[in-house]
Structure formats: structure tokens, C-alpha cells
Write a protein that binds this ligand. Structure first.
Ligand SMILES: Nc1nc2c(c(=O)[nH]1)N[C@H]1C(S)=C(S)[C@@H](COP(=O)(O)O)O[C@H]1N2
Ligand SMILES: [Mo]
Length: 303
């Protein structure tokens, strides 16, 4: 399938961090060789350069993980306390083989090896993150989805002694999210287990988190301990906390503004001099792959 071109590496081929950094240097060198500024100019502005990944420091230092505090640097400061081994995921609801699965057992049963996915993450800000992971569809196939299932619900670990943010009623803990089954089965929907060829840093959702690249960042729930197949649309934290501001779908859509800010543009994290706002792309630029999921739906109503 065409869209897999950037996902065709196995874990053993995972590009180590230095290679990504070298690539950045190479690109800068190439730009200099062409007589362009090494840092910016047309090369970085071209659409494919949107896939030049952010640095390890940017990705792991500027995070949202309210279980560890509401500040962008709180997760990096506090998430080290979270114990992630052993890690179990309860899979229940409308599945053939419900149970509590050890993460090592799940990874051992994956038919495909973990791959690299270089996805853009976007909200009012954006980053490009080279995730490692596997398709959620493979996990759903492993447990068998029963007829009648229409949604997939996810839940994050809730362990107040290791998660200082959860001692306050900032959200109705545990953090929960949901997808329609066809969205969950889409090959761009992954369970990520690491980034830059390394195990997932705690602040980014260790040891396993969802990544849905065509939706706003908050759909990509971290540190998942439960996955439930349901018939009804499940509880989704931001949607239920403030339904006027956050819809269940939360597809990236420059034409539907958040009531308190415009979603028409985004600020690239780490863009330096070139961090001026860029226009947000419909479905975060993955429209060719995912627009068909929403055919016939009014996306202003189902936002
Ligand atoms: N459990 C949990 N998952 C979460 C969040 C959170 O607070 N708790 N924040 C979300 C939000 S708002 C964003 S933007 C992304 C950020 O992921 P990153 O910090 O790895 O870039 O995680 C999402 N997943
Ligand atoms: Mo977010």
C-alpha cells in the first residue's frame, strides 16, 4: 500500500538517533551547498520537509501528560517515578479472547515486527516524531473482535502514588479515549512503544501509547492499561470534560475552530527562526489516506 513507504523498516533496522541527527546535518549541508541558508529557506518550507523529525530533546522535553502535572515540562520532571515493568493490558468487551495480557506476550505474538512511523503530531503546535510501534489492527486481530463491536475504548494507568497530577481533580481520572472501530483499524493508527529507535520515554507514554496522526494530540492516549471493544461511543476525557470545545472525533480540521482559538494555523516546535505559524492541513496532511472514513459526515457537526 502506497502510504507504507515511510513505514517499511523493521525494528532491527531502526535508525539510531545519530543517523537522524546526521540527516539533519546532511540536509543543512546540502542547503549550504546550494547557496541557501543552512537553517531555513525553501528546503525546510517544502512539504516533505515537514517530515524532518524534531530533536529528542524537543520531543521528550515539551510534553502533555496531565497525570504528572499540567505544565509542558512537568512530565519530563515527574514521570521518572512511573514503574513500567511489568506492564499488563486488560483487553475486554466484545472480543473473542478477553484477558489481561503482559506487554512482552503481546509483542511476542505480533505477526509483524515493530516499524518506524514518522508522523506529525499537531495541536496549536506541531512536531514530527519518529515513533516505533505496530498497527493497532494487529493487536485487535490477536484478540479477535466480535460482531457488534463499533468502538474501541482506551484507559491510562491510574497510580496516584507515582502520578502526582492525579491527586488533584484536574480531570475525571483515569484518562480515557476512544476511536470508532474503522479508525482504530486504519493502518495509520499505531500503538507506539518507542521513538528514535529507543524504548518509549516515560513522559511520552511508556511503555505503550496510542498514536493517531490525523487527530489532535489529546486523542493519542499514553501509558495504556486497558482496551475495551464497545457497541456504544465510549467516554473520551476531553470530549466529556468540555463537549462544546472537544468533539469525539477531534480530526485535525483548519475549518473548525476551537471556541477559544483558531485551528487554522500551527506553530512548529523547534522551528527556531522559522517557527512562524504555518497553515494547518486537513487531517494533518493525511487526507488521502483517511478522508474516506468520513464520507457523508458533516465534519462541523461531528468535530
Ligand atoms: N494519559 C494521558 N495521555 C495523553 C495526555 C495526558 O494528559 N494523559 N495528553 C495528551 C495530549 S493533550 C497530547 S498533545 C499528547 C502529547 O504527546 P507527547 O507529549 O508525547 O507529544 O498526549 C496526549 N495523551
Ligand atoms: Mo494536547
Amino acid at each position: 500500500m502506497a502510504y507504507r513507504w515511510k513505514n517499511d523498516l523493521t525494528r532491527t533496522d531502526a535508525t539510531p538517533e545519530w543517523a537522524f541527527l546526521n540527516r539533519r546535518k546532511l540536509m543543512a549541508g546540502a542547503a549550504a551547498g546550494l547557496g541557501l541558508s543552512a537553517l531555513g529557506g525553501p528546503l525546510r518550507a517544502a512539504p516533505q520537509d515537514g517530515l524532518d523529525p524534531n530533536s529528542w530533546e524537543e520531543i521528550t522535553g515539551y510534553c502533555n501528560f496531565y497525570e504528572f502535572g499540567t505544565g509542558k515540562d512537568d512530565p519530563a520532571a515527574n514521570a521518572g517515578a512511573m514503574t513500567t515493568t511489568p506492564w499488563q493490558i486488560k483487553i475486554d468487551g466484545l472480543v473473542d479472547r478477553p484477558g489481561t495480557y503482559d506487554l512482552t506476550e503481546i509483542l511476542g505474538q505480533m505477526t509483524q515486527e515493530e516499524r518506524i512511523y514518522r508522523f506529525r503530531c499537531v495541536e496549536a503546535w506541531s512536531m514530527v516524531i519518529p515513533w516505533i510501534g505496530f498497527e493497532l489492527a494487529d493487536l485487535l486481530d490477536m484478540v479477535g473482535v466480535k460482531a457488534g463491536a463499533r468502538y474501541v475504548a482506551f484507559e491510562t494507568l491510574l497510580r496516584p502514588e507515582e502520578m502526582p497530577g492525579t491527586r488533584y481533580p484536574v480531570l475525571d481520572w483515569p484518562y480515557r479515549e476512544g476511536l470508532r472501530l474503522d479508525e482504530a483499524r486504519h493502518p495509520l493508527t499505531i500503538m507506539a512503544t518507542g521513538l528514535y529507535g529507543k524504548p518509549m520515554p516515560n513522559q511520552n507514554g511508556a511503555p505503550i501509547r496510542l498514536v493517531v496522526p490525523w487527530k489532535y494530540g489529546f486523542k493519542s492516549i499514553k501509558s495504556v492499561v486497558r482496551i475495551t471493544l464497545t457497541e456504544e461511543e465510549p467516554y473520551a476525557t476531553w470530549n466529556r470534560t468540555n463537549p462544546r470545545e472537544y468533539g469525539f472525533y477531534s480530526n485535525v480540521n483548519p475549518k473548525v475552530d476551537h471556541p477559544r482559538w483558531s485551528q487554522a494555523s500551527e506553530r512548529r516546535i523547534g522551528g527556531g527562526l522559522f517557527s512562524r505559524r504555518q497553515p494547518t492541513q486537513m487531517f494533518n496532511g493525511y487526507g488521502d489516506e483517511v478522508a474516506s472514513l468520513y464520507e457523508g459526515m458533516d465534519l462541523a457537526t461531528y468535530f
